[in-house]
Design a protein around this ligand. Structure first.
Ligand SMILES: Nc1ncnc2c1ncn2[C@@H]1O[C@H](COP(=O)(O)OP(=O)(O)O)[C@@H](O)[C@H]1O
Ligand SMILES: [Mg+2]
Length: 251
């Protein structure tokens, strides 16, 4: 996943939603899905091949989480049958700040790592697990894997602390304000109740490839200190292996 180096073509649907405002591609994911910024960030539109992603899941989760956290407001979604073929789309209101992997923060990973960790802690503390209608439990995730992969992984470790997990706590999904503080989260397609280590394992794994400007530098100590937890190697290992066994598990 990355910032597009060559701007991808803007689908007719996105130009229609932009209604004359400028459109910029800001993100291309590993499945070919693209996120476009409209105007100077008033709105964002995610598009993807239907079947590669279910934006209905993400919209449900965003609407639920919006009561407790700064998350994008859902403005619309659907499947368009236009000149660019069939396209699933999700349109949201823009949040302030920029992604933690924006070039501005790639050169200040110490600030970004702290913001990601503090932001994830706030997310875990604020979203109420007992009333959350979505699950991201290890058992549910294991059930979607092929039997051989499931057998390789073995049984999940006992739950440390059940929270509402983000579900894709990779660095790009935290937004950071001008002061270097977390000011929101995006990308909630997998939000659900799970052991907090399911998020912590992936959040720290993704630091390794999102801040490569400092080879050999590991940001995990800073991350865990800012989140406020002692690393748990067994659970980190299990949840990283589970993530990497899933189709989207490259980060
Ligand atoms: N509503 C929004 N407000 C601000 N930035 C957004 C918004 N939606 C998406 N973005 C930006 O676009 C990027 C890609 O969006 P995301 O939902 O993470 O897509 P993907 O599922 O392809 O990872 C994010 O990292 C963020 O920088
Ligand atoms: Mg994302």
């Amino acid at each position: 996943m990355s910032f597009p180096s060559l701007p991808p073509a803007v689908p007719a649907l996105v130009n229609r939603l932009a209604a004359g405002r400028p459109v910029h591609a800001v993100w291309v994911n590993e499945l070919g899905g693209i996120t476009f910024r409209i105007g100077s960030g008033a709105e964002f539109v995610k598009v993807a091949k239907p079947g590669s992603v279910d934006f209905t899941n993400e919209a449900h989760r965003l609407r639920w989480a919006a009561r407790y956290l700064a998350v994008p407001r859902v403005l619309g979604l659907g499947v368009d049958h236009g000149p660019d073929g069939d396209l699933a789309w999700l349109r949201t209101g823009g949040l302030p700040g920029v992604s933690a992997v924006h070039p501005r923060w790639r050169t200040s990973p110490d600030v970004a790592v702290r913001a990601i960790a503090v932001g994830l802690r706030a997310l875990h503390d604020r979203l109420p697990a007992p009333s959350c209608p979505f699950s991201w439990s290890a058992q549910d995730r294991l059930a979607t894997l092929e039997p051989l992969r499931r057998a390789d992984l073995g049984q999940p470790p006992p739950i440390d602390q059940l929270v509402v997990c983000h579900g894709d706590a990779c660095s790009p999904n935290t937004l950071i304000d001008d002061m270097g503080r977390c000011c929101g989260h995006v990308d909630f397609g997998d939000l659900g109740v799970a052991d907090r280590w399911a998020d912590l394992a992936v959040a720290t794994l993704s630091l390794q490839w999102n801040y490569p400007e400092y080879p050999g530098r590991c940001w995990e100590d800073e991350f865990f200190a800012a989140y406020g937890v002692t690393p748990d190697p067994l659970r980190i290992d299990y949840y990283r292996r589970l993530w990497q066994s899933e189709p989207n598990g490259s980060g």
